[in-house]
Design a protein around this ligand. Structure first.
Ligand SMILES: *Cc1c(COP(=O)(O)O)cnc(C)c1O
Length: 437
């Protein structure tokens, strides 16, 4: 096997998997803590159904958390460090004076960065003697990553998948089952929460929120099963900091540095993962590098939501956590951008925004698909619709870049399994092409 993992306590190098996850919590003002809604014991339930290792990470005050060696080895095996490529063709098309780099998380074998946390959590589950994991998935990327990571450690997985997304993606659905995962479309009849949703007549098409509610409820009633999350919570955001550490080392090896860092924002894990090593740098330099979060205009939390306590699911099962939220009654339109489709977000991203450290932009699904197509024309690969939001933000900023400036975009996932969404938007794009020149 390639020897490309860093020794503990070494700084990241461009060819090696980082030795630690960065505890970004130590670089931000204290996060307002989650709390129970009146009469609820959601916090206690969550601490009972989560893995011990991740609960420790959420409260750790260490600035870095060593990545266990087997996890480092698996990161290398799945292709970390992922490539950081200069988007020459896109730069040329845009006639920008600056430089655009793409951090290609879409190159991981399951097609997204989600594998970084899935491998870590599957490893901790195996260490703790857990045999079955339950989780939710929105777009299906997290479910896919968990299904594969579970195979690596011989674990069973039960995945509650937002019904609307599951039906849009028969290909990914087949892959999950091929990997041995048990997939339930949410709302389902397998949990009390699902049955309540079905009889209420609301949220019938399902969302990430209904799937979260069901996964928690399932773990609560199956004591040997552990519940894992794919975004929002601190430990997951921490696992993604390999993205930013690699980026920093890869840029340095080219004699370059980042002036603008852009990622799509759902729960904020690829965004925080990308910018974590730059938080301290920005604190020193003032306004640079600039951080931009790109969200979906169908769920415009950062651009239109309010900063307050809310539940992450529409039924009030999860604890109250502070974030920019549209309110749990917000009816999320059906889109192909499942990864950005939630009414609230993470506290960490909210704090960044609140502190004026994060710029936010929102794009429509159509703008995202147009952008995906432009990237396919220029760079030759199809980005996930979520990633296309970040790429759109980069394209819009490209004209303002100076000659000495570099921008990094996290390509959070591949669009190949979202081909149906691209097909539906094929006719519209011709119009988009005419107007974009
Ligand atoms: C999950 C996902 C996102 C959004 O999740 P974050 O936690 O905000 O990073 C973005 N892009 C892809 C491809 C995803 O799978």
């Amino acid at each position: 096997m390639r020897e490309q993992i860093a020794e503990p306590s070494t700084l990241p190098t461009p060819d090696a998997v980082p030795a630690s996850w960065l505890n970004f919590l130590t670089l931000l003002p204290p996060l307002p803590p989650p709390c129970n809604a009146h009469g609820s014991s959601a916090l206690e339930v969550l601490s009972r159904i989560r893995l011990r290792a991740v609960l420790e990470q959420d409260t750790s005050t260490d600035t870095a958390i060593p990545i266990p060696r087997p996890v480092q080895q698996l990161y290398a095996q799945v292709g970390r460090p992922t490539p950081l490529v200069r988007a020459d063709a896109l730069e040329k098309h845009l006639r920008t004076r600056g430089r655009i780099y793409l951090k290609r998380e879409d190159m991981l074998p399951t097609g997204s960065f989600k594998l970084n946390s899935a491998i870590a959590q599957a490893y901790f589950a195996a260490q703790e003697g857990v045999k079955t994991l339950v989780t939710e998935t929105g777009a299906g990327q997290w479910g896919h990553a968990v299904a594969y990571a579970a195979r690596l450690f011989d674990l069973n997985t039960i995945i509650f998948w937002a019904g609307v997304s599951a039906r849009q993606k028969p290909g990914r659905h087949a892959l999950l089952r091929m990997l041995g995962a048990t997939v339930y479309e949410s709302p389902s009849r397998h949990t009390a929460v699902g049955r309540d949703v079905l009889s209420s007549g609301r949220h019938g098409s399902g969302s990430l929120g209904s799937a979260i509610g069901e996964a928690i409820s399932y773990a609560e009633h199956h004591p040997t099963v552990r519940y894992i999350s794919g975004s929002n919570v601190p430990h997951v955001l921490m696992h993604q900091t390999v993205i930013g550490q690699e980026t920093q080392a890869q840029l340095a090896a080219r004699g370059d540095d980042a002036d603008v860092l852009i990622a799509a924002v759902g729960g904020g894990s690829n965004l925080i993962g990308l910018i974590a090593p730059y938080l301290a740098i920005r604190a020193d330099r003032g306004t640079r590098p600039l951080f931009i979060g790109a969200e979906s205009a169908a769920a415009p939390r950062l651009t239109q939501g309010t900063w307050r306590y809310d539940h992450a699911d529409p039924f009030g099962i999860t604890p109250l956590s502070k974030s920019y939220t549209l309110g749990l009654d917000y009816e999320l339109p059906e889109t192909h951008v499942g990864g950005l489709r939630q009414h609230s977000g993470s506290t960490a991203v909210g704090v960044l925004r609140r502190e004026g450290l994060l710029d936010a932009v929102a794009y429509t699904e159509r703008e995202a698909f147009e952008t995906g197509r432009l990237v396919a024309h220029t760079e030759g690969f199809l980005p996930a619709p979520e990633s296309a939001h970040a790429l759109r933000a980069a394209i819009e900023r490209a004209s303002n870049l100076n000659r000495d400036e570099a921008m990094v975009v996290c390509v959070s996932g591949s669009g190949l399994l979202d081909i149906d969404g691209y097909i539906e938007n094929l006719d519209q794009r011709i119009e988009g092409e005419d107007s974009s020149c």
